[in-house]
Design a binder for this molecule. Structure first.
Ligand SMILES: [Fe+2]
Length: 479
């Protein structure tokens, strides 16, 4: 008879998704099933991929060194490449054969910071094509340029000298689908007032605008929303005590959650307007990722994934993640831009701690209805768990309208990006990682974006395991 502790584990074999040495490789894949002929271009996903060095074990999901995986879809088939981002952190630690730098969730005696000020970035959060190169991003640090085909690291990317090696620059750069502009932000936690700087670059990386805003609190902020006319932040009462970080704690131990200080939605105009930025106090939980933001007449619609509490503490200890994860749900805020007030706040009933929301990239910042995300079926029950649902939701229907549930011991990783057939708006695919923890194998899978419950339409088996990724992107090269 199976011991009760094993039988009740809602995440069997989850350790096999994290505790192994990643292999770098490049090879062609023989797909099982049908890859649409119209799907041409390169898929990219970044994520942490090393959680130990020698006997040393890192604690937190955000501690691992960034590894980018790509799938090149062309007339010859599908080609896979994965490589670590060659950061200073990784190079120095490889040479030393031991950990040297403090992690997001792991501190140790003698650990180092970059210039004594900030984490030496593992560059493990996101990856986006921009201005002819591929940029891997970490949290509030300089992106690293990589070759878009081979994933060879080129070096830190300072956007034509506009940033320096201690410039805060978020992992959630946004790209205006109409112009190709890159908009991003950085938060500086100086000895005086914390400040948020918003940058807008043209499609070649030339700076168009840089504006600095003073913040009332040293907010930890990960993501933002970009509409045609506004840049929108959901500022949680999750604050960072930088003095604690500088005194030797990990970053996560420098966070504090102050729900008594309410969240604020901070709205700044984009270039070409003299309108002032403003913020609105809201009664809310904690938002890590925003779904989309757009104007509709005099209204600004701000869609977010709102958790009952911060999620970062649930990213540890590796591999026992999400043990006491809060519930969360999609939330829509409608804001009257004339009165600067929230006129409606609407929650979807789906509460399976969803994350990694994704919309049709052509509708980023525009009116839209549907989006895709990952969910955790065991949300709300104690014990480690992980993403095992891919879902599609509709604001018109005000709920999840389609989902695929994986079997126990199988997990899904990577933002479920959706790519549309350029000739047919009713034809689209979602790409995710499928991690079979029991068998110790991994694959990428393609789903019909409008029929998730049918299961994958194509499976792209990999030769080696990969770690669950964070954010993904797709560079189109239409046939
Ligand atoms: Fe993110």
């Amino acid at each position: 008879m199976m011991p009760a502790a094993v039988r009740s584990d809602p995440a069997p074999f989850l350790e096999r998704c994290f505790l192994f040495d990643a292999v770098e490789a490049a090879y062609s894949i023989v797909p099982e099933g049908d890859v649409p002929a119209w799907l041409r271009g390169s898929y990219y996903v970044n994520g942490p991929a090393r959680f130990s060095r020698g006997e040393f074990r890192y604690r937190h999901w955000l501690d691992g060194d960034g590894m980018v995986c790509t799938l090149h879809f062309d007339a010859n088939g599908v080609h896979f490449v994965n490589r670590f981002v060659r950061t200073t952190k990784r190079a120095d630690e490889e040479a030393a054969g031991r950990p040297l730098y403090r992690g997001f969730g792991t501190a140790f005696p003698g650990d180092r910071l970059r210039h004594g000020l900030m984490l030496e970035p593992p560059v493990n959060v996101s990856v986006y094509p921009f201005a002819g190169t591929l940029l891997a991003f970490g949290e509030q640090s300089l992106p690293v340029a990589m070759d878009p085909l081979t994933l060879e690291t080129i070096g830190e990317y300072d956007v034509h000298g506009r940033l320096n090696e201690v410039s805060p620059f978020s992992a959630h750069a946004k790209f205006d689908p109409a112009t190709g502009h890159m908009v991003n932000f950085g938060i500086a936690y100086g000895a005086s007032s914390p400040s948020l700087t918003i940058y807008e670059f043209d499609a070649l990386g030339h700076l168009l605008q840089r504006r600095r805003h003073v913040l009332e609190m040293p907010h930890s902020n990960h993501d933002f929303g970009l509409s045609r006319r506004h840049v929108v932040f959901f500022l949680n009462p999750l604050v960072i005590d930088v003095a604690r970080l500088l005194s030797g704690t990990s970053l996560i131990d420098a966070f504090s959650w102050k729900p008594e200080a309410r969240a604020r939605i901070f709205i700044a105009p984009r270039g070409g307007t003299r309108d002032a930025a403003f913020s609105i106090e809201v009664s809310a939980g904690c938002c890590l990722h925003q779904i989309n933001t757009f104007e509709h007449g005099d209204e600004l619609v701000v869609d977010v994934l709102e958790m009952d509490a911060p999620i970062y503490p649930q990213y540890q200890p590796i591999p026992d993640l999400f043990a006491t994860a809060p519930l969360g749900r999609p939330m829509r805020y409608r804001i009257d831009l004339r009165t600067r007030s929230v006129v409606d706040r609407m929650a979807m009933p789906y509460d399976r701690t969803p994350d990694f929301p994704s919309v049709d990239p052509r509708l980023s910042g525009e009116r839209y209805d549907e989006f895709w995300m990952l969910g955790i079926s065991a949300a709300g029950t104690p014990g480690r768990k992980f993403f095992d649902q891919i879902v599609r939701a509709s604001w018109r229907e005000q709920d999840v309208i389609d989902r695929h549930q994986l079997a126990p011991g199988h997990y899904v990783g990577g933002e479920p990006i959706v790519m549309f057939n350029p000739h047919d708006d009713e034809d689209a695919v979602v790409i995710v990682q499928h991690l079979d923890a029991e068998a110790g194998t991994a694959a990428f899978e393609l789903y019909d974006a409008f029929a998730l419950s049918r299961g994958p339409m194509a499976r792209l088996p990999l030769r080696h395991r990969i770690h669950p990724g964070f954010h993904a992107s797709f560079l189109r090269r239409d046939a």
